[in-house]
Design a binder for this molecule. Structure first.
Ligand SMILES: [Zn+2]
Length: 168
């Protein structure tokens, strides 16, 4: 009985996201359920990381549900990839390692590849690096982007150059 109630509640919450998932997905219902699970995981990851650093987690899942609506189907601010429930990730604008915290003002949604590449960089540093990389020849650009994306250790090299295709 209780579990049923919980499932229903979760479905209702993901229902609110369906209309936004419909912007890019042919199966918005499924996309919204997956997205909602992802948001819950994001909060849990934040809590774990914050706890280690003895920081308070100031964002909540409902906060993220509201925030995500504005970026779904929109381009990643750094590379232009359209953000969806598969590639979206939560970035600390000022990284925790650089004194940032998990507050609404300090988190943003970007694509998972840019998030891995940005790592412990500040926004300005990452933008400068992206600009520099974009001035390289195509081969060098692909090579450097790939190397940077390997940070975190789970980048699938066989998938190749998905970040570069959307860039100029
Ligand atoms: Zn990106």
């Amino acid at each position: 009985m209780k579990a049923k109630k919980k499932t229903k509640q979760r479905e209702r919450k993901s229902d609110a996201l369906i209309v936004y998932c419909a912007k890019y997905s042919k199966r918005p219902k499924l996309a919204s359920v997956r997205l909602d699970k992802k948001l819950v995981n994001m909060i849990n990851t934040c809590r774990t990381r914050d706890k280690k650093l003895e920081l308070q987690t100031l964002i909540t899942t409902s906060m993220l549900r509201e925030k995500v609506k504005h970026v779904l189907g929109e381009p990643c601010k750094y590379c232009g990839t359209i953000l969806d429930h598969n590639n979206i990730s939560l970035d600390h604008i000022v990284p925790l390692a650089r004194g940032g915290n998990s507050s609404e003002a300090n988190v943003q949604f970007i694509c998972n590849i840019c998030n891995r590449q940005k790592d412990k960089m500040l926004e300005q540093e990452f933008k400068q690096l992206k600009e520099l990389i974009n001035s390289f020849s195509e081969i060098s650009r692909i090579y450097v982007n790939r190397k940077l994306s390997m940070n975190g250790g789970h980048y699938d090299l066989s998938k190749g150059t998905q970040t570069e295709s959307k860039e100029g």
